[in-house]
Every structure is written in structure tokens, then in C-alpha cells.
Ligand binder design. Structure first.
Ligand SMILES: NC(=O)c1ccc[n+]([C@@H]2O[C@H](COP(=O)([O-])OP(=O)(O)OC[C@H]3O[C@@H](n4cnc5c(N)ncnc54)[C@H](OP(=O)(O)O)[C@@H]3O)[C@@H](O)[C@H]2O)c1
Length: 339
């Protein structure tokens, strides 16, 4: 079967086509014909061995997120059946409960082989049936970005009708956060460096738009929009370069879900207001299979579809796609269909 492999040295330039033996499912395992994949910022970090030893070893099949059709099952399999469209879960051994250090070992796209394979064999425990209304490309956007946004806002954040949610940027995680906040009846303020992407976010339901490139002190605008109080919840993907503004933008006793560090992971910060204003600063690491299943059920019930960018990539052009993705400019998820 055809796969894409990162070989020899850690760089997206070294992701090349390769052949591996066709896998067969053993007891309790499922064989998937992979149909689609999507990119996450993590794939760029991983291709540069950005997680150090936790990135795993080469050769490595990249990308954590995809969707495939079950084409055969081993003995004893009962969770899925041939013909089902399923998504491999991001952390293959994280079925429920809180994140624990040892669960990192089961993550796809590093340290475990990812989804850029013609066929994949996985434990039946490591897949979730895709929402029935979704195409393979739509389903391929869910395992990392959507589960993270759901975990932050719904499972942990308990966002509810009437809450105010500030979302940074218009990338994959952020636009899922927008869809889920609106599903729960929250009011959304979204930021972007692009007027065009802000207009597209408005079409998806965002109530207030803030251009952070034109307004570097955007927390002041967020305070204005919330009658001086600040928002109930911040979806933070910027990290060191944005956290000080997020702390100013959140209300007393509000929550900041720290999901990404796009503008850096280290810097100096005045932590005083986090303490004196009783702010809950919550790190979020994707989510378990249980979180994924809760989300998939509600997405199916409400026929929610992901925001997908016009730009796509071909199976064999993934290295170039990862580099272009890190430059930004996309709106929502960047995907590949394998036909
Ligand atoms: N903790 C987890 O489990 C988890 C899971 C998924 C992702 N992440 C992390 O979350 C972050 C986003 O991931 P993604 O896959 O959604 O990436 P993405 O699709 O590339 O989205 C990034 C978006 O963030 C916005 N952005 C970039 N720099 C910004 C800044 N300084 N201030 C405000 N917004 C900024 C940009 O929006 P505009 O173009 O609109 O300006 C950009 O499109 C990454 O750091 C990723 O590693 C973490």
C-alpha cells in the first residue's frame, strides 16, 4: 500500500511516498481504507521534531486527523461494521477521563504513525463513527481541532446560553469553537488579522468582530462590547503574545482555555490579575474518545458541518501543504480527499 513517510531527518521537505505491506486486522481490530485527512498546526510542529523525544522516531507517517471506511474487521469486533465511515481518535489509548502523561504515547501523527496511509489497522477502541451527515472530508476535520474546541467550551467550560465567548483567530480550532459556542446559545466576539475572514466568521454566527492587526490593544474593545465586565470565556490559541490581553478581556471569575501558543510559549507576564480577579486559567489537551462521541452525537443531531478552506492538498504534496499551512491565511480546516 501507499503511504507518506517522514524519513532521514525532521523537516516537511523529507516527507516522501513509500510502499508498505498491506495490513490485516487481528482480533479486536478494524481495517480502514483512508478517504480523507486534514491539517493541524501540530503537524508543522511535529515535522520539525518540535515535541523533542515525544515526537517519536523516523520513519513516521504524518498527520493525526483523517477519516476512513471500515473495509474488514477482526474477530470479536462489535463497535463498528464494514461500510461505516469512522475517524481514528487522536490519542489511541485515551478512551475517557482526564489527560494523563502516559496517553501521549498513543497519539497519531507522532509518536505513532498517522493517517497518510492507504490502509490503517487500529483497535476497534481507537475509532469513532463519523456523524452520518458528514462527507469523509468533513469527518476528517474532527479528531484534533473539533474535539479540542468541544472539550474547552462544552465538556470543561460548560458554556451556556447567554454567556459571552471571546475566540482568537479564524483557524481550525477557533471556528469549531465558534460553531459550538453558537450551538449553546452564547454570544461570540471573534478576532482576526483579516477583515475578509472576519466577515466570513460573521456569516457563521459571530456577533462581534475585532481586527487584532488594526487594534493591537483589542482587550479594550472586548471590555467595551461587554459593558466593561469582560467575557465569560476566552478561547486562547495565541499564547505568550496574546495572554496578557486575554487576561484583560476576561471577566472576574471567568475562564481562559489555553489551547495554543502560536505567538510563543514563553515570555514575561503579570499574573497578579489572574489571582486578584479569580480567573480560571485552564490548559486544554485535545480530549478523550468519550468527549469525541458526545460531540459527534450533537453534531449529527444538529447537522453541524465544519468550516473548510477552499485550499486543498494532494496526498503526495503534504510536505508543501504543511509549510503553506504554517504561513496562515486559511479560514478553518485545510483538507485532502484521497478519492
Ligand atoms: N491543546 C490542544 O490540544 C490543541 C489542539 C489543537 C490545536 N492546538 C493549538 O492551537 C493553535 C491553533 O491550532 P489550529 O490548528 O487551529 O491552527 P490554525 O488553523 O493554523 O489557526 C491559527 C489561527 O490563529 C490565528 N492567530 C495566529 N496568530 C495569532 C495571534 N498572535 N493572535 C491571535 N490570533 C492568531 C490566525 O487567525 P487569523 O488568520 O484570523 O488572524 C490563524 O489563522 C496551535 O497553537 C495549535 O498547536 C492545540
Amino acid at each position: 500500500m501507499r503511504v507518506m513517510e517522514l524519513r532521514d531527518d525532521w523537516s516537511p521537505d523529507n516527507i516522501k511516498p513509500a510502499e508498505r505491506p498491506d495490513p490485516e486486522p487481528g482480533p479486536g481490530e478494524v481495517l480502514l481504507r483512508m478517504r480523507a485527512a486534514s491539517l493541524n498546526y501540530r503537524d508543522f510542529v511535529m515535522a520539525h521534531r518540535g515535541y523533542g523525544r515525544r515526537s517519536g522516531t523516523l520513519p513516521l507517517v504524518p498527520l493525526s486527523d483523517g477519516a476512513g471506511e471500515v473495509v474488514a474487521v477482526g474477530s470479536g469486533v462489535s463497535r463498528v461494521a464494514p461500510g461505516d465511515l469512522v475517524c481514528p481518535i487522536f490519542g489511541q489509548t485515551w478512551l475517557s477521563g482526564s489527560f494523563r502523561d502516559e496517553l501521549w504515547e498513543g497519539m497519531l501523527g507522532g509518536p505513532r504513525d498517522g493517517v497518510l496511509q492507504e490502509f490503517m489497522v487500529l483497535s476497534e477502541e481507537g475509532v469513532v463513527r463519523a456523524p452520518r451527515h458528514m462527507t469523509p472530508v468533513q469527518a476528517a476535520t474532527l479528531p484534533c481541532a473539533a474535539v479540542t474546541a468541544w472539550n474547552a467550551l462544552v465538556t470543561q467550560g460548560q458554556v451556556k446560553s447567554g454567556d459571552s465567548v471571546l475566540i482568537l483567530g479564524t483557524g481550525g480550532v477557533s471556528l469549531f469553537a465558534l460553531l459550538f459556542a453558537k450551538l449553546r446559545g452564547a454570544e461570540v466576539i471573534i478576532t482576526s488579522s483579516s477583515g475578509d475572514r472576519l466577515a466570513r466568521a460573521q456569516a457563521l454566527g459571530a456577533n462581534h468582530l475585532v481586527n487584532y492587526a488594526e487594534q493591537p490593544e483589542w482587550a479594550a474593545r472586548v471590555r467595551e462590547l461587554t459593558a466593561g465586565a469582560g467575557v465569560d470565556h476566552v478561547v486562547e490559541v495565541g499564547g505568550a503574545g496574546t495572554l496578557a490581553q486575554s487576561i484583560r478581556a476576561v471577566r472576574a471569575s471567568g475562564t481562559i482555555s489555553l489551547i495554543g501558543v502560536l505567538s510563543g510559549g514563553a515570555g514575561s507576564l503579570n499574573l497578579g490579575p489572574v489571582v486578584t480577579r479569580n480567573v480560571r486559567l485552564q490548559g486544554v489537551t485535545v480530549g478523550s474518545r468519550e468527549v469525541f462521541e458526545d460531540m459527534a452525537q450533537e453534531m449529527e443531531e444538529h447537522r453541524i458541518v465544519p468550516a473548510i478552506d477552499e485550499r486543498t492538498f494532494a496526498f503526495e504534496a503534504v510536505g508543501e501543504a504543511i509549510k503553506a499551512f504554517a504561513e496562515g491565511g486559511h479560514f478553518g480546516k485545510v483538507c485532502a480527499s484521497f478519492g
